[in-house]
Structure formats: C-alpha cells, structure tokens
Write a protein that binds this ligand. Structure first.
Ligand SMILES: Cc1cc2nc3c(=O)[nH]c(=O)nc-3n(C[C@H](O)[C@H](O)[C@H](O)COP(=O)(O)OP(=O)(O)OC[C@H]3O[C@@H](n4cnc5c(N)ncnc54)[C@H](O)[C@@H]3O)c2cc1C
Length: 237
C-alpha cells in the first residue's frame, strides 16, 4: 500500500540533539511514514512520487562573511562543532546571538582552548530564551571564557583581529589570536521550494527554509503544514 507520507533526507542536521532526533524517528515510524535516508530530493524525484502536496523542510545553510586581511585562520563555527582542530587562543565572532556562538565557545573551552567570545549583539544569547542563555553564561563563566559585546569583525592583521563597535564605530583590536571562529547566522535553503512552485506543485515550506528559527517553530510549522492548516502560496513571477 502506498504510504500516506514520505520523508527524504540525506543527513541529520549536525546541530540536532540525538535524543530529539531519535524521538522524531520513532514518531515517524509509528505513524507509518516512509522515511528514506541518504536520499536527496530534487524536483524530478519529487514529481515522480505524484504528490498531492509537498512540504519542503530543507533547512538553512551557513552564512560566512569575508573577513579580509592577512592574519589568523578563519574557521566556520559548524566545522569546529564537527571537530575541526583549533588550539591555543581562539576568538569566536558571534554575529547573531543564537546558540551557535555559545555552543562553539563552550566546546572549545572544554578542549582546553583559551576562548574570547565576541558578539555583535546587545547580549550573548540575545536571540535565545533566557533560561537557556543564563545556563550557557554560567557554564562559560566557570570555563573561563571572556565575553565582549557590541563588536563585529572588520579585518585580520598579523596575530590580531580588528573589530568595530556596532554603535560608536570605534575600532577595537584584539591581539594574540591563533584562530578566528565565525558564527554569522544561517540563510534559508529555498531552491527546491522555488523550483517546485515554478512547476505548479502545491508546496509549502516550513522551518529554517523560511529563515533561521528554532526546533520548536520548525516542528510546529511542519505539523501545521501536514495537517493542511497552511495554504500553499501562489507562485510569484
Ligand atoms: C549550532 C546550532 C545549535 C542550535 N541549537 C538549538 C537549540 O538548542 N534549540 C532550538 O530550538 N534550536 C536550535 N538551533 C536551531 C535548529 O537547529 C533549527 O531551527 C532547526 O533544526 C530547523 O529545523 P529544519 O527541519 O527546518 O531544518 P534542519 O534541521 O536544518 O533540517 C533540514 C534537513 O533537510 C535536509 N535537506 C536539505 N535539502 C534537501 C533535499 N533536497 N533533499 C533531502 N533532504 C534535504 C538537510 O540535509 C537537513 O538534514 C540550533 C542551530 C544551530 C546551527
């Protein structure tokens, strides 16, 4: 019998908590969903299934700004969370104040790296719930992570990174940097959604594909879309 729903995914998001992923897998299994791992959904593959409705939850990609200059190597926070090597003294430049900068600072400190967490936000973890933020700040403080606010990276120079105060535009030079780790947010992956819409398919997008957000929002949007509560938007030409 044809399953009521199919889900294709090439991977599990590296940031997704294992226990949450296991719970979601079990729920999908209990619901009789045909889940296909290691499968990338392109327009042709989706159309071959003759779906009545498509929900695109393709997530978001990394945003990596260019930080010019001749200086410390630049690493993306996701690569460091995946195990990329950093030693000595690291500066984490956190643009948005979400989980990523906090998580990467904590992981590096646990590896014995000397960490300065520099955020352009008004407060570290500005974009996350205070209960999570306060616990991160407690752990970072105990791990010896130095926190600086209101600074965005401008350029690299020797063993330094030059930042700019986002309000006063004053330049602030941080010396003694062995690695610059950048966490600059996520941008929605909308290619599949737009291609399907162009082909006249009834399609909605949910989660980070709409723009960076949280697990809770992504799960709620996916649930509502599956229940048919979200009308398919008209194609824009
Ligand atoms: C470091 C980090 C920490 C975070 N911590 C938290 C937290 O503590 N709490 C919280 O609420 N949120 C957190 N978030 C945000 C949360 O991870 C996202 O909001 C959530 O994962 C979005 O879910 P999603 O299903 O929309 O996208 P994703 O979880 O990114 O899943 C999209 C999936 O679709 C797959 N995919 C893409 N294109 C295709 C295709 N063509 N065919 C098949 N599969 C495809 C991708 O490989 C990916 O597996 C964190 C994010 C990061 C980066």
């Amino acid at each position: 019998m044809r399953p009521a729903a199919r889900c294709v995914t090439p991977s599990v998001h590296p940031a997704t908590a294992r226990s949450r992923t296991a719970w979601c897998r079990r729920q999908a299994w209990l619901a009789g969903c045909d889940v296909r791992y290691g499968t990338r959904a392109g327009v042709d593959e989706v159309l071959a299934e003759h779906p009545d409705r498509v929900i695109v939850a393709s997530g978001a990609g990394r945003y990596q700004p260019d930080i010019p200059g001749d200086g410390p190597p630049v690493l993306h926070a996701w690569d460091v969370l995946d195990g990329a090597g950093v030693s000595g003294r690291a500066v984490v430049a956190d643009w948005g104040g979400d989980w990523t900068g906090l998580a990467v600072a904590e992981v590096l400190a646990a590896r014995g790296v000397e960490v300065r967490l520099v955020t352009a936000a008004v407060a570290v973890g500005e974009a996350i719930h205070q209960y999570q933020r306060n616990l991160y700040i407690e752990r970072l403080d105990l791990a010896g992570v130095e926190i600086l606010h209101h600074l965005r990276p401008l350029r690299r120079d020797g063993d330094a990174v030059v930042f700019e105060h986002v309000f006063s535009l004053r330049e602030v030079r941080l010396d003694g940097v062995d690695a610059l780790v950048v966490s600059a947010g996520r941008s929605g992956d909308t290619a599949l959604f737009e291609e399907l819409q162009e082909r006249g398919v009834s399609v909605v997008r949910v989660g980070d594909a709409l723009g960076a957000r949280s697990f809770e929002e992504a799960i709620r949007e996916g649930t509502e879309a599956a229940l048919g509560a979200v009308p398919a938007p008209a194609a824009v030409h």
